[in-house]
Ligand binder design. Sequence first.
Ligand code: IPE
Ligand code: IPE
Ligand code: MG
Length: 257
Amino acid sequence: MTQHTSSTLAIPEVSAIPRHVAIIMDGNGRWASKRHMPRVAGHSEGLNAVRKIVAECRRLGVEYLTLFAFSSENWRRPPEEVGFLMKLFLKSLKGEVTRLAENDICLKLIGDLERFDRDIQKMVTFSEEKTAQCKALTFTIAANYGGRWDILQAMRQCLIAHPHLKPEQVSEDLIQPFLSMSYAPEPDLFIRTGGEQRVSNFLLWQLAYTELYFTDVLWPDFDEAELHKSFEWFSQRERRFGRTSAQVMSQSMSDAV
Ligand code: IPE
Ligand code: IPE
Ligand code: MG
């Protein structure tokens, strides 16, 4: 499996279409409340937006799409809402996996799956295996995921793999292969719908140099046109990775020669 160096060390190539897009799909509950519907109706509607965005990312040539579906903090919600989300998760995995495979989309799950019921865990394994050879898009769902959990589990695995490690030998490159998204480059573009401007314990390590895009649009209303807007905004960013603007310009001029 390919390992990707941290973007704090290596500078990725710049392009108009982000290679890796990571999204916090927020605002389902408010979308439903505005329509005097129960919050969970917003989650069902949010699934339609997921289908649209997956298809559009594939069409546009995005290589990696990562969606935050359920955070390690979301267990604090009322049990009925958590139960509904679990049922929806299982139902949508069952309903979508064949279509994903037909469209050459590789599905991956990140997060602590042990807390999920056995039938969900089995369906995750089945879905990952069924789409493992797909190449057009890698679609990752973060479920019971937390950025701090990810860093801690990576540190623990790293210490198990290198039991005699000395503090001065600990490096980014040593930890990175154990992070749950080690198969992907770090996100180029982060999108959060629903108006909040926070990261909510999503990919903390991996977002170090990601461009952050916030929109008030509620997730069920986020469609192809909204995705295009975010890509347009992304294409205007100057990604400096610590360098000066002049350095970035001269680099892109020498790349063009
Ligand atoms: C995001 O929408 C979906 C999940 C967290 C599962 P919310 O349910 O957080 O919607 P709001 O923020 O309450 O509107
Ligand atoms: C973040 O949304 C998690 C997901 C979208 C799955 P929340 O709506 O739970 O975030 P906070 O707690 O309001 O920051
Ligand atoms: Mg929310």
